[in-house]
Design a protein around this ligand. Structure first.
Ligand code: UDP
Length: 253
């Protein structure tokens, strides 16, 4: 069984895992797990969100897998000596779909607007003709209709559930409803991934992804994210200070 090493970047836990092992975990857990394992993404923005919310901190600690989704996180892990590549939540989601197509696993997609949700399901079916998307629901289901949504997911017998409500909404939903899901073995929080599949929000071109500049591309696309991304600078600063701490301590001895 894949149990990745969990380390801390600043005060947040994250797993030393690559995409291949994450896929192996998904496969094993679907075949042998008895309750839903959650896959959540850690990036610098999340570190600050977790500091503000005890609920998020607790929920992240309980996750089956915490993927190193932000390049800032990956660099901080490398400084600590862990040689890792970034596991972008959007890439992992698409690879889980490819694997599910091969293995015949059933998928339910919950989140985003109706148009984006429907469009993403269509795109995935085009890319993976044998994929079993056994159900989907947009992310604007009213509270009073939640029981019906849970029943719909249970009736679909999906083993894989993607929740795309943005953070912390998706974590709150999972924490409240996962226990009621009977067939789901893997639940990944995928934020705005469905928008990138449909193309309403574009991912950075490959060369920018390879240069680790996806965060910059997102900023250009959605300038309103600037406040969220200022956190990146704070993160770089804090990681630097963290790195210097042992030096400062030893110079005081
Ligand atoms: N969303 C939703 N229901 C809501 C609020 C948001 O389904 O009540 C969706 C929204 O349509 C978008 C996603 O959640 O598809 C949020 O994407 P964002 O990029 O903000 O998420 P992040 O990855 O940054 O957490």
């Amino acid at each position: 069984m894949i149990i990745p090493k969990r380390i801390h970047v600043l005060d947040t836990a994250v797993d030393c895992i690559n995409i291949t092992d994450a896929l192996k975990y998904v496969d094993q857990h679907i075949r042998t797990g008895n309750k839903a394992g959650t896959i959540l993404a850690v990036n610098p923005e999340k570190i600050y969100a977790l500091r503000q919310s005890r609920f998020l901190r607790d929920f992240f600690t309980k996750a089956a897998i915490l993927i190193p989704d932000g390049i800032g996180i990956v660099f901080a892990m490398r400084i600590k000596g862990y040689r890792l590549e970034r596991v972008a939540g959007a890439d992992l989601m698409q690879q889980i779909c490819a694997q599910a197509e091969n293995r015949g696993y059933r998928i339910f997609i919950y989140g985003a607007t109706e148009g984006v949700n429907r469009g993403a399901a269509e795109r995935l079916r085009e890319r993976h003709p044998a994929i079993k998307i056994v159900g989907r629901a947009n992310g604007y289901v009213k509270d009073e209709d939640m029981d019906a949504l849970v029943a719909q997911i249970n009736e679909s017998k999906a083993e894989i559930l993607f929740v795309a409500l943005g953070s912390p909404r998706q974590e709150e939903w999972m924490s409240k409803y996962l226990d009621q899901l009977e067939s789901v073995k893997i639940c990944q929080g995928i934020g705005g991934t469905l928008d990138t599949i449909v193309g309403t929000v574009k991912r950075a071109p490959l060369f920018m992804q390879r240069l680790n500049l996806e965060w910059f591309y997102r900023l250009l696309q959605q300038p309103t994210r600037v406040r969220r991304q200022v956190k990146l600078l704070q993160f770089v600063w804090e990681v630097g200070v963290d790195l210097l701490k042992p030096l400062i301590r030893s110079s005081h001895k």
